[in-house]
Ligand binder design. Structure first.
Ligand SMILES: O=C(O)c1ccccc1NCC(=O)[C@H](O)[C@H](O)COP(=O)(O)O
Length: 230
């Protein structure tokens, strides 16, 4: 269950990109994936066409992730076709069946966002059952459950998570250079693999990323990996 090697490298997704310079900064800093929010109500929203345009800047092996909230399957499929090499992130109330239906054509990989209540209420979230229900997902992205679905910069109580989850996990929700190392140290031993995802913590405004904050965040992840490899 735990990573096969002590030198496991935590993968990084920088989310909510809207500008060319921010895509370039994320790639240059070492991001493994970049997220484009296709949920129109988000202040970070981009159109499919804009996501495709931004994604054309990506070198090979950096994955464009398209974020959907309760989107119709045909529009999810259209987005995945419009952005070659992309994967979907379902961040609404999509059922396992709907996620599968939306990605079946083309066999796209996809992420399921699990939105965990803040504070002690998070103890009631049954991640083991949730992960089992979404066993076809490439990974379960753990985010804080706040109004507006996501991108709120809020941290849920990581200690409430089970001590062992047989799934690839992506820790998300209020991450920043100051806390990401603690999250990696706590959660990496509990899952098949751990990645991290950040939006607010590397911004100066919603949808406007800061290159220095991105570089700081990546450096903090690398420092955490180095510490755990000792
Ligand atoms: O980022 C948004 O605006 C957003 C809107 C609606 C649904 C999902 C959204 N973002 C999803 C993400 O994957 C974010 O990176 C994640 O929620 C973490 O955000 P933050 O706490 O700001 O780092």
């Amino acid at each position: 269950m735990t990573p096969s090697s002590a030198t496991f490298r935590t993968r990084i997704k920088i989310c909510g990109l809207t500008r060319e310079q921010d895509v370039d900064a994320a790639v240059d800093a070492g991001a493994d994936a970049v997220g484009f929010v296709l949920y129109a109500k988000s202040p970070r929203a981009v159109t499919v066409e804009r996501a495709a345009e931004l994604a054309r800047r990506l070198p090979p092996f950096v994955v464009p992730v398209l974020l959907f909230v309760n989107e119709a399957p045909d529009r999810v499929q259209a987005g995945l076709v419009a952005v070659p090499g992309s994967m979907a992130q379902f961040h609404g109330d999509e059922t396992p069946e709907l996620c599968g239906q939306s990605t079946a054509e083309g066999g796209h990989r996809w992420l399921r966002a699990a939105r965990i209540p803040l504070g002690a209420a998070g103890a009631g979230f049954d991640l083991l059952n949730y992960a089992a229900s979404y066993s076809q997902a490439s990974a379960i992205l753990l985010d804080a459950h706040v109004d507006g679905y996501g991108g709120a910069g809020k941290v849920f109580d990581w200690s409430l998570l089970p001590t062992a989850v047989d799934a690839h996990l992506v820790l998300s929700g209020g991450l920043a250079p100051a806390n990401v190392g603690d999250g990696i140290a706590l959660l990496r031993p509990r899952c098949r693999s751990l990645s991290v995802d950040v939006s607010s913590g590397v911004e100066t405004a919603k949808g406007i990323k800061d290159g220095d904050k991105i570089r700081e965040f990546v450096a903090a992840v690398r420092a955490a990996d180095a510490l755990l490899a000792r």
